[in-house]
Design a protein around this ligand. Structure first.
Ligand SMILES: [Zn+2]
Length: 401
């Protein structure tokens, strides 16, 4: 849970700093010195320092929903559900990318849990999981607050694609789950959007957080959770899900759940099967687990549902990637969740003549946690990830979120 240094300046910060030091116009310098790239109304210094910032209504209303540029859920009326838009980053047209915010503010005080989805734009089961949890909540009966943001990376969702289409320096696609905690004055729109959301919406309202994902287009995954079990508060939540795999790892920096952890907020990342589709059966497991988490935190009353104790959970601390070495059609010889042995053949690949050009084996014993679902592959594509245990863990991990 180390704090990351926030004083590092990116390109745009340097630009602001350098304009401010030119000194040709004291008035201009003073103005530029205060301005952020977003010039939003909320006090960014307070937000960046982690101080609670009051709710700021922009005065806009979109389809009957009020727009905020900063939110403190404690400002909302208890015992009710609130539907708001948060004003995200500004687009090239000068308009904004708004995100949808649903707050179930309990009648009684208590813990605050934040649920997010749509950091990647093609992961629809994650969105439906959050919807399903929110629809089960009755604020009049709750002690505490649950806030949901289902469409974090709006422009990626508009195209149902993983990455954010960015146009700052020509056409570009940016993976928003490498941008957290973001930078309100960052060089790219996704970085600024991440900074605005994290500083003014997500972190100030979270005592715990869950960032829901699925596999990505062309690559399916099992039902599993990613989180660091060395943090007791995270381990307790991970074990409340009736799903068969836990990837016990801090993975790498830049992902949203790690930004929460770095801010001292326990967080983890569920992975809910294939991209693009709604896997209703798998979704129901994560809804049950998430309701368990809300009961664990005392927000919702009632008996626990099924947990990890009711299923066989395989816990691995590493994901072994099997990468294509050739081009051609890939045929898997194992299925998701299958146990594999070290040396076991897991896939073959054929060229355009039907000749076998590659046979792929797992170098480790473990369980299949992800598989390429697009049948064609070029060299370098991951064909499978095998969840396994290595000791001690070292370095950064690759994983198929
Ligand atoms: Zn994802």
């Amino acid at each position: 849970m180390s704090h990351k240094p926030t004083e590092s300046l990116d390109r745009r910060d340097f630009m602001i700093a350098s304009i401010a030091t030119v000194g040709a116009s004291a008035a201009l310098a003073a103005h530029v010195g205060k301005a952020s790239a977003q010039d939003a109304a909320a006090p960014s210094a307070d937000a960046a320092a982690g101080a609670p910032s009051a709710t700021v209504y922009t005065g806009d209303v979109i389809e009957g929903k009020k727009v905020v540029s900063a939110l403190d859920v404690n400002d909302l009326e208890p015992g009710k559900k609130h539907l708001l838009y948060f004003q995200g980053v500004r687009m090239p047209t000068g308009q904004y990318w708004y995100v949808s915010v649903t707050v179930a503010r309990g009648a009684k005080p208590g813990k605050r849990v934040v649920l997010t989805s749509g950091v990647h734009g093609d992961e629809m089961s994650s969105v439906h999981t959050v919807h399903s949890v929110m629809n089960q909540l009755d604020p009049a009966e709750m002690s505490g607050t649950v806030m949901a943001v289902t469409d974090v990376s709006r422009p990626a969702i508009e195209g149902m694609q993983r990455r954010w289409p960015n146009f700052g320096r020509g056409n570009d696609l940016i993976d928003m789950n490498r941008e957290w905690p973001g930078n309100e004055n960052g060089a790219t729109a996704p970085s600024r959007h991440a900074g605005l959301l994290f500083n003014r919406l997500l972190r100030p309202n979270a005592d715990a957080a869950i960032d829901f994902h699925t596999g990505t287009t062309g690559f399916d995954v099992t039902a599993f959770n990613i989180g660091g079990t060395d943090v007791p508060e995270i381990k307790a939540m991970l074990e409340l899900y009736p799903v068969g795999q836990i990837f016990d790892s801090h993975v790498y920096p830049g992902v949203l759940h790690n930004a929460f952890v770095d801010a001292g907020i326990p967080a983890f990342c569920p992975e809910i099967g294939a991209a693009r589709v709604l896997d209703l059966e798998m979704i129901s497991l994560f809804v049950e687990g998430t309701m368990n988490v809300l009961k664990h935190h005392g927000i919702v009353a009632g008996p626990m549902g099924r947990t990890g104790k009711d299923v066989t959970v395989f816990v691995g601390n590493s994901a072994f990637p099997i990468l294509a070495t050739h081009g051609g059609l890939v045929e898997h010889l194992v299925k998701l969740n299958d146990k594999v042995e070290a040396g076991q053949k897991v896939a073959v690949q054929r060229n355009s003549f039907g000749e076998v050009v590659a046979e792929y084996t797992s170098a480790v014993a473990g369980e299949v946690t992800g598989q390429r679902s697009d049948a064609m592959s070029e060299p370098g594509n991951p064909l499978a990830f095998i969840l396994f245990n290595k000791a001690p863990p070292e370095g950064v991990e690759a994983y198929p979120e």
